[in-house]
Design a protein around this ligand. Structure first.
Ligand SMILES: Nc1ncnc2c1ncn2[C@@H]1O[C@H](COP(=O)(O)OP(=O)(O)O)[C@@H](O)[C@H]1O
Ligand SMILES: [Mg+2]
Length: 378
């Protein structure tokens, strides 16, 4: 019998599960937010992921439910579990990817290295943290942020005044997360796949480059890394996957500090932008691995196919004309580059695709990937 995976959310992550699902002989069904979304090809339902009945009806027709994003509310997730639907990752794990304050508290219990942090519910508490941390800090809204939205470097509490006001209006109350401003040399990401039955598979740690809070480039494996750094990153990734009971793909965003420590920034429990390189650069791509993991099938090898992979995001896309008009030029100039597009309308700053290049020559991979992606700029 064909196994059926239901993905809640119709974005590019769901879209990129479609090809591996076909290869694995798995039926992929998507509950999309709207018509015409990136994963429209597999969308068997369109509806509101915050509505219990909608999600339950979708879930009853599949063997396992997984996600394109982490925004499905806990009560909806609990209703699925109560109805006997296998949900991966489950609500107990997912809460730590949904709420950065909960994540910080739980990682502290697990003894994971992380920036100094506090929960602050008013301006006075934030001023106190600022005074104790050199006058600058990073304030974050615990829920719903992405691509740097919900992250602010501040030197006075007044700079977070609007967020405190929003808290005051929120019946549930709550707090903001404040973190020390980490003096990092670079950002890394560690991915781990974990099956419900416990098998784990760690990918090589990668370097990620953020511009304006958005992932711009990834190099895999992270260059200039000692064996010790790779091992520490893997230990952190596996420790979090096991400690939080994550099933499916986990991404741990990390800071490497000037004094050679790794600190956990945040978590994603789904395929992640930092793992797109693996589609073309690893024996098992992260989208295939995610499907294998949530179905509790044996995991695939995570080894790179060649020494280096470079991923460059296509952001915004051309201001005029369709994305595909740029393809021929990119393909002609860079036949070794793999261009992935998400079927999304170009908009400033929006992720509409990415380019992967895999090579034994790092400089060549960086050049080819950047140059191919540049064909999609304005
Ligand atoms: N404590 C910190 N110190 C320094 N830079 C930070 C800190 N927290 C976040 N950043 C920067 O902001 C980016 C976005 O923050 P993150 O918490 O990952 O939010 P998002 O959910 O939007 O990805 C990070 O990738 C990093 O570049
Ligand atoms: Mg992040």
């Amino acid at each position: 019998m064909t196994l059926r995976v239901g993905v809640v959310g119709g974005g590019q992550l769901a879209r990129m599960m479609i090809a591996p699902a076909v290869e694995l002989g798995v039926e992929l069904r998507v509950l999309a937010e709207d018509d015409g979304m990136a994963a429209a090809l597999a969308a068997t339902a369109v509806g509101d992921y915050r509505d219990t009945d909608t999600v339950l009806a979708f879930a009853r027709e599949v063997d396992v439910v997984t996600f394109d994003h982490e925004h499905v509310p806990q009560p909806v997730l609990r209703a699925l579990v109560d109805a006997g639907v296998p949900v991966h990752p489950g609500p107990d794990a997912l809460q730590f990817a949904q709420d950065k304050l909960r994540m910080r508290a739980r990682l502290e219990e697990l003894g994971m290295p992380q920036p100094e942090w506090a929960a602050v519910s008013d301006a006075a508490q934030l001023e106190e943290f600022l005074d104790a941390h050199g006058g600058r800090a990073v304030v974050k809204t615990p829920r719903g942020g992405y691509d740097g939205k919900g992250v602010r470097v501040v030197s006075t509490a007044a700079e977070a005044e609007d967020w405190f006001s929003a808290l005051a209006e929120d019946a549930a109350g709550g707090a903001l997360l404040v973190e020390e401003l980490v003096d990092f040399t670079r950002e890394l990401a560690q991915q781990v796949a974990r099956r419900p039955s416990g098998e784990v598979a760690a990918y090589p740690v990668v370097e990620t480059v953020q511009r304006d809070g958005v992932c711009a480039e990834v190099v895999a494996p992270a260059p200039h890394s000692s064996g010790r750094l790779e091992q520490v990153a893997q230990r952190i990734g596996i420790g979090i996957a096991e400690g939080l009971g994550v099933t499916g793909m986990l991404a741990v965003e990390l800071f490497e500090t000037t004094d050679e420590r790794l600190l956990v920034n945040e978590l994603a429990m789904r395929p992640h932008n930092s793992g797109h390189w693996s589609q073309d650069g690893a024996v098992t791509g992260q989208f295939e691995q995610h499907l294998r993991a949530v179905l509790d099938l044996p995991l695939g090898q995570t080894a790179p196919r060649q020494s280096w992979s470079v991923m460059v995001n296509i952001l915004g896309g051309p201001a005029e004309g369709a994305l595909d008009e740029r393809f021929a030029a990119a393909m002609t100039a860079h036949p070794g580059a793999k261009v992935h597009t998400y079927g999304k309308a170009p908009r400033p700053g929006r992720k509409v695709g990415h380019v992967n290049v895999t090579s034994d020559d790092l400089d060549d991979a960086v050049y080819q990937a950047r140059a191919a992606a540049a064909h999609f700029d304005d």
